[in-house]
Ligand binder design. Structure first.
Ligand code: C2E
Ligand code: MG
Ligand code: MG
Length: 746
């Protein structure tokens, strides 16, 4: 440590310098004020021992000069005074002397004082250095600083802190309110709680995100971090830290870099406000959902899914004008990954509502072009819902809700298309909601009914089985067909409990029939009758679905007393190409449950896949059967399907047979089975199943069938006048199935 000893008497200088050198100090000597100041200027010592009384420049004068350049913490000065000079001691202390000792110098006292001052100096230097380092780091990070004296109720906010909010240094004062009043009212309780928790030492540091009001009227997201200082009784007396602007991170989607929902909603709100101030110009929101995005994730993995979303974001951005906003709407839900396949576009300046149509078409086309993900070509489509700003919206959420309703309609109408919102859609959405609520109750109140339609073996004329078809006995609307509620049940997931109910009811009905069948009725030979049940893709989405099916069958299925079960699924379900579906189908096969592809010919099948799936039967859709005799194409399609099925070792059931001509043609084409109004409409189980009981009355049946054919002809004649399509069932064959034999004459 370097010590400067200033004394006019040589003997004093001599004694002191020897003693201090012995204690390990580096000592420099000065015999008057001029020399002392020159020495300090040359090489500043760590401490000065300054004689108060000297000829020429007095000690006090020298001290005054020192303090012009060095603060007491930077350069401590100890005055050396003679006894009885208390007035000059007081004056020196007031002028910035750190301490004093009296002559003759008591070495232990002098050493203790010097060491205390030097250690204080070292501490404050370290503190200053760390504060400077922190300030430099904060400046480098572009952060603002704050220091809140909780005892005085004053706050220091750095110029950068103020600048971050758009203010000059002098525009914000020292009251804590300057900050508190600017925190967004929605964030304030959270912010306040975070500060209080840290002050109670419940958190190791303060860390809180909140929106802060800026000079230009906007809010910016700020992250405040800080540390408190506590007094001996544990009360927080001071809390200081930094402020970081995190607005950009808060409003961007990390995967695609697009604005997120937060920013999108903010821009939409501003656009709505603007439309009231400056009504010229139209705007619209396009809500875009990637069709069956889950399939990409399921079959190619999440990484491919992410790559697809990124590529899609690029295409969207490239295809729009700079003024338009494209956002990805995934909400940060904190827990599970959401599919996040929804994007929103704010078309800012369009002339009129219909201008969004070409934009929607362009976006649709851009997405249809193949994406190459990890070397593999992937094709996707998108459904788009559009809501136009001119409908007098006041809130962004309302506009988004309507765009969402339109998106729903686009999906329901077959996907890969756009729909523009109109008020009818909302009405339909409300009806749908009503149906959903009612349907939940229907399951609880046992309002569902199961009807059965016979399936006939065209070779023998015998009943080969039944298709079970669900209906809803609505307390107000009467008996509702599945088209009124199955799509909603699928959308809402209610199809799962509904499907279980159907399976259980079919089991119960089979059991009842076995119990009540008259002695005379022969039990069908094993496998002679098949019960066909419809299964929706939603029901087979998870592997656990089979567990429940197995449980129900074990509980209710009356065993293999002549009946087989077959599940009907659509082509899209089978072709989903997911491991889950393959495993599911294999388990069903192991349980001896057959598999039919329903409505075959209306979907999209991969022939190579068809070959590998455990399918027994193709059901030709009614659309083709009903056109037999009306166009040549349908007949050709049926011929092809029959040939295909036979080549793959499958059977064919023709659906919706209504006329003798259709039946004759199907037989000629080699179709084995058929169902349709020609044979019988779906009816309750007693009616339908009594068909099998009446083995010996086939003659009567033929007579009745002929009679009803005559009735049908007449009603068809009538309906031609009123233009009722036979396909609607309005002029369908009214067969009295109660007395029918299970053998049909052809
Ligand atoms: P699907 O499986 O193709 O059933 C055949 C549909 O055609 C039935 O309509 C049936 O009543 C009707 N149909 C049969 N023969 C004729 C005919 O000659 N002429 C006309 N015009 N129609 C005929 P339904 O009962 O209205 O069922 C419609 C669809 O609802 C079914 O089509 C099936 O996809 C679905 N569905 C019915 N029950 C269930 C069920 O329990 N679960 C599931 N997931 N879907 C079901
Ligand atoms: Mg079916
Ligand atoms: Mg069908």
């Amino acid at each position: 440590m370097a010590l400067l000893i200033v004394d006019d008497e040589a003997s004093n200088r001599d004694v002191l310098s020897r003693r201090f050198r012995r204690q390990g100090f580096e000592v420099t000597l000065a015999e008057d004020g001029i020399q002392a100041l020159a020495s300090i200027r040359g090489q500043t010592p760590d401490l000065v021992l300054l004689d108060a009384r000297m000829p020429g420049m007095s000690g006090i004068e020298v001290l005054r000069e020192i303090r012009l350049c060095h603060s007491p913490t930077q350069l401590p000065v100890i005055m050396v005074t003679a006894e009885g000079q208390s007035a000059s001691v007081v004056e020196a202390l007031q002028m910035g002397a750190n301490d004093y000792i009296t002559k003759p110098v008591d070495m232990p006292v002098a050493l203790a004082r010097i060491r205390t001052l030097l250690s204080q100096k070292a501490l404050s230097a370290a503190l200053r250095e760390s504060e400077e380092r922190y300030a430099r780091a904060a400046r480098g990070a572009n952060d603002g600083l704050w220091d809140w004296d909780l005892e005085k109720g004053e706050i220091y906010l750095s110029p950068r802190w103020k600048e971050m909010l758009g203010y000059q240094d002098g525009e914000i004062g020292h009251r804590p309110d300057e900050w508190l009043c600017r925190v967004h009212p929605e964030d304030f309780p959270r912010w306040q709680a975070a500060v209080a928790r840290h002050c109670r030492r419940e958190t190791p540091q303060l860390e809180c995100e909140a929106r802060v009001h800026c000079k230009d009227g906007t809010y910016r997201w700020m992250l405040s971090r800080g540390l408190a200082v506590w007094n001996e009784s544990g009360e927080a007396i001071r809390i200081a830290g930094s402020q970081t602007d995190i607005t950009a991170a808060k409003v961007a989607d990390p995967l695609t870099g697009l604005p997120n929902r937060l920013l999108f909603m903010d821009r939409l709100e501003r656009r709505i406000e603007l439309s009231y101030r400056r009504p010229a110009g139209e705007f619209a929101v396009l809500l875009l959902g990637v069709d069956r995005f889950k399939n990409v994730n399921d079959s190619l993995g999440h990484l491919a899914g992410d790559l697809l979303l990124q590529a899609l974001a690029r295409r969207l951005r490239e295809g729009l004008r700079a003024a338009d906003t494209v956002a990805r709407l995934q909400e940060d839900c904190g827990i599970a990954r959401l599919a996040g396949d929804e994007f929103a576009v704010l078309l800012d300046e369009i002339r009129q509502a219909c201008d969004c149509v070409p934009v929607a078409e362009r976006i649709g086309a851009a997405i249809r072009a193949p994406f190459v993900l990890q070397g593999q070509e992937v094709f996707v489509t998108a459904s788009i819902g559009i809501a136009v700003g001119s409908n007098g919206y006041e809130r962004a959420e309302d506009l988004m809700r309507d765009a969402d309703t339109a998106l729903h309609c686009a999906k329901a109408a077959g996907r890969a298309r756009y729909e523009i919102f109109d008020t009818n859609m909302r009405r339909r959405a409300i009806t749908r909601l009503q149906v959903e609520t009612d349907l939940r109750r229907a399951l609880e109140r046992d309002e569902l009914r199961l009807h059965y339609q016979p399936i006939v073996n065209l070779g023998t004329g015998a009943i080969a089985g039944f298709e079970a078809l669900v209906r809803w006995q609505h307390p107000l609307r009467g008996l509702l067909p599945p088209s009124e509620f199955i799509p909603i049940a699928e959308e809402t997931g209610l199809i799962v409990p509904l499907g279980h109910w159907v399976l259980e009811q079919a089991c119960r009905d089979t059991q009842r029939w076995l119990e009540t069948a008259p002695e005379s009725a022969p039990l069908p030979a094993a496998g002679a009758l098949t019960l066909h049940l419809n299964f929706s893709p939603v029901q087979l989405a998870e592997l656990s679905a089979v567990d429940e099916i197995e449980r129900i069958l074990r509980r209710c299925w009356p065993g293999n007393r002549g009946f087989l079960l077959s599940f009907e699924v659509t082509e899209s379900t089978m072709m989903r190409n997911s491991d889950t579906v393959a495993m599911l189908l294999a388990r069903l096969r192991d349980m001896h449950i057959g598999l039919d592809i329903d409505d075959f010919g209306t979907g999209y099948s991969s022939l190579s896949q068809l070959q590998h799936l455990p399918v027994q039967t193709l059901k030709i859709d009614r659309a083709f059967v009903s056109r037999i005799g009306l166009d040549a194409d349908s007949l050709e399609i049926i011929r092809t399907i029959v040939a295909l099925a036979h080549n793959l070792g499958m059977d064919v059931i023709a659906e919706g047979v209504e006329t003798a001509q259709q039946l004759a043609q199907l037989k000629t084409l080699g179709c084995e089975f058929a169902q349709g109004y020609y044979f019988g409409k779906p009816t309750d189980w007693e009616t339908a199943w009594s068909l099998i009981n009446a083995e010996d009355r086939s003659q009567k049946i033929e007579v009745r069938r002929q009679k009803s054919e005559v009735r049908r002809q007449k009603s068809e004649d009538r309906s031609q006048k009123t233009e009722v399509s036979p396909a609607t069932g309005g002029a369908g064959l009214n067969v009295d199935v109660t007395s029918q034999d299970h053998r049909f004459r052809q």
